[in-house]
Design a protein around this ligand. Structure first.
Ligand SMILES: NC(=O)c1ccc[n+]([C@@H]2O[C@H](COP(=O)([O-])OP(=O)(O)OC[C@H]3O[C@@H](n4cnc5c(N)ncnc54)[C@H](O)[C@@H]3O)[C@@H](O)[C@H]2O)c1
Length: 66
């Protein structure tokens, strides 16, 4: 894999679900300089506990207006 020294802003949908939350945790573990907007409808499948460990990360944003 080629890594570029650039800062990225990612938009993740469904990030509070199983796949999305694992992806977000993986991404911050490997790209701590990036930022992520997590757009999630918070249905029965969405669980804020999945991202408890990174919710204080300044690069993590969970808009609450959906
Ligand atoms: N522990 C486990 O092994 C486990 C747990 C859960 C799910 N799974 C598997 O994972 C797969 C599903 O994972 P997934 O992450 O795709 O789904 P998911 O159901 O886990 O999560 C979907 C996420 O999308 C959100 N969402 C739904 N509609 C939306 C909309 N219109 N706009 C924005 N957000 C919306 C939900 O609130 C939720 O957070 C399935 O194969 C399932 O069996 C495994």
């Amino acid at each position: 894999m080629v890594y570029y020294n650039i800062i990225m802003k990612l938009l993740v949908t469904g990030g509070c679900g199983f796949i999305g939350s694992n992806f977000i945790r993986y991404w911050f573990a490997n790209h701590p300089q990036d930022s992520i907007i997590n757009l999630d409808k918070l249905t029965y499948a969405g669980n804020l506990e999945n991202l408890k460990a990174i919710e204080a990360n300044p690069g993590y944003h969970l808009p609450s207006h959906m």
